[in-house]
Ligand binder design. Sequence first.
Ligand SMILES: Nc1ncnc2c1ncn2[C@@H]1O[C@H](COP(=O)(O)OP(=O)(O)OP(=O)(O)O)[C@@H](O)[C@H]1O
Ligand SMILES: [Mg+2]
Length: 325
Amino acid sequence: MSVLNVSRLKVSYPSRDGVFDVVRGLSFELDEADSLGIAGESGSGKSQTALAIMGLLPDNARVSGSIRLDGQELLGESEQDLDRLRGKSLAMVFQDPLSALNPYMTVGRQIGEVLELHQGMSAKEAARRSCELLQMTGIDEPGRRSKAYPHQFSGGQRQRILIAMALACGPRLLIADEPTTALDVTVQKKILELLRSLCQEIGTALILISHDLAVLSGMCRNLMIMYAGMEMERGLSEQVLLQATHPYTAALLRTLEDLHGGAGPLSVIPGEPPDMRNPPGGCPFHPRCTEVMPHCSEVIPRPRPVKRIAGAQSQWVACHLEPEQ
Ligand SMILES: Nc1ncnc2c1ncn2[C@@H]1O[C@H](COP(=O)(O)OP(=O)(O)OP(=O)(O)O)[C@@H](O)[C@H]1O
Ligand SMILES: [Mg+2]
């Protein structure tokens, strides 16, 4: 059974002009110790999806569909039950570690509190385990450093501390939303590799959210490309990269090739992502799509499987184009 099963997830907000949707019928699954990278331009609904799974959306958000963790439905759970799950079975690492840490409490205490609350450890046991966790995430001299406050660490070290906290209880699922955007490239790579290897060791399923398709594909076994709150393409990372089927994925990949190839001017996808209060009808990408056909503006394409390599997992694509076999 999959650890996470998301089905027809929808997130909406009320506005003066009526209700508008920011996540529109998303479905995917994730197995134990497996990893999924979610990419897409700004505003495509990546963070809203993450927050919906964590039960951390604002009060005015309306959520429907189903989110099951080890078979247990999370939508509709009480705040108290969700609190119990968060930190224990469900954990999240945010972009800005400083705002996620308490500035007035030593980092050892902060990790210790999680262990006391969710694992029932004594303060002494928790302090010992906190040091082990800090060591595991690459903080030197953990005994001494556990007594330091968040501002006494570098940005990269703070992110390591958050990872230690998130993995303290061996969660079933960890969601990292742009966890390294604020860090320089070499630190970024080390932290992401740490995250991946620890998740694999513990058996935690990982969702990694980033704008950077190259980073995601190197880190995650599966990739999902989102646009305007919908899934455009999903499959094994290598398949999606080598045989991108959706014109949006192909366009994203072209921007990467230009970035890393260094030849010619940087290609950007012409046009802007839609305003979710008033998205275009049919396929949301059709106004920017180079392959657009007449019915693309009328009918929303639903994700359908595209069988690529015999025996391999299917690739899903939401496009009216018939893929080349
Ligand atoms: N509290 C809210 N009320 C209304 N709309 C919201 C709210 N929070 C987010 N949105 C809208 O939901 C859409 C999806 O936002 P989301 O933050 O999930 O995008 P994202 O893919 O994470 O983008 P980025 O890459 O910039 O982080 C956006 O159009 C955003 O304006
Ligand atoms: Mg976001």
